[in-house]
Design a binder for this molecule. Structure first.
Ligand code: GRF
Length: 203
C-alpha cells in the first residue's frame, strides 16, 4: 500500500504508523508527507525516516480552494493508494477532496459524531461525559463527518483536565490508526454506498 500523509503538527500519529511498519505490522510504503506548516514535527520525522516530504504554505495561494487543489495535485503526483490525515488542522475544500473519498482517512480525538472540530477533550469534560475517545473515519466534505471506521474508548476520571485526557488518549490513537491502516493494507476495508465494510460485512 502506498501511503501519503498530511500533517500540520508534531506528527506522533505518523510516527506510530512508521513504528508499526518497522515492527512488520503494516505492509506499506510512505510515499509522501505533506504539511501546511514548515515547522511541523511530522516533516522532521519524514526526513529522519527517509520519506519524501514537502511543505505547501497557504499564504502562497490566492484562495483556500487554490491551495487545496495544489496540495492534492502534489499528493496525486506521488500516486498513493491511501491518504492519511494525521493531525491535519485545515478544513479541505469539498471539490478538491471529492476524488479521494474512500481513499482518505482522518483521526479525530473524540467519539464521533460527538465533538467535531476543535477542543474535543475540553468539550467532553465540560459536558460531563464519563467516556471519551478517538475515531478514525473516511473523509467526506463534511468536517469530521464521514463514516466512522473504528473508535477507541477512554473513561474520563473525576480529576481529569483536558491536558491529562489528551495525554492518556494519545497512546490509544497510536494503536487505533495503524490498526485501521493495516486493515486497508490487507484489503479488508472498503467504503461502499451501504457503509463501511470490513471483511465483506457492513460495520
Ligand atoms: C491528534 O490528537 C489527532 O487525533 C488530531 O490531532 C492530533 C495530532 O497529533 N487530529 P500528532 O500531530 O499526530 O502528534
Amino acid at each position: 500500500l502506498r501511503i501519503a500523509v498530511l500533517a500540520s503538527g508534531r506528527g506522533s500519529n505518523f510516527a506510530a504508523l512508521l513504528a508499526a511498519r518497522e515492527r512488520g505490522e503494516l505492509a506499506a510504503e510512505f510515499v509522501l508527507v505533506a504539511s501546511d506548516k514548515p515547522d511541523a514535527g511530522a516533516l522532521q520525522l519524514a526526513q529522519l525516516a527517509g520519506v519524501p516530504h514537502c511543505v505547501l504554505e497557504p499564504k502562497d495561494y490566492a484562495t483556500r480552494r487554490d491551495y487545496d487543489f495544489a496540495v492534492f495535485e502534489r499528493i496525486a503526483a506521488s500516486k498513493p493508494d491511501l491518504l492519511v490525515l494525521a493531525g491535519y488542522m485545515r478544513i479541505i475544500d469539498g471539490d478538491a477532496l471529492k476524488p479521494w473519498v474512500g481513499r482518505m482517512i482522518n483521526i479525530h480525538p473524540s467519539l464521533l459524531p460527538k465533538y467535531r472540530g476543535l477542543h474535543t477533550h475540553r468539550r467532553a469534560i465540560k459536558a460531563g461525559d464519563d467516556e471519551h475517545g478517538a475515531s478514525v473515519h473516511f473523509v467526506t466534505a463534511e468536517l469530521d463527518g464521514g463514516p466512522v471506521i473504528a473508535q477507541t474508548l477512554l473513561p474520563i476520571g473525576a480529576g481529569d483536565d483536558e491536558h491529562a485526557l489528551a495525554e492518556r488518549l494519545l497512546p490509544l490513537e497510536h494503536q487505533l490508526l495503524p490498526a485501521v491502516v493495516a486493515w486497508i493494507a490487507a484489503d479488508r476495508l472498503l467504503l461502499r454506498e451501504e457503509g463501511v465494510m470490513l471483511d465483506g460485512e457492513v460495520l
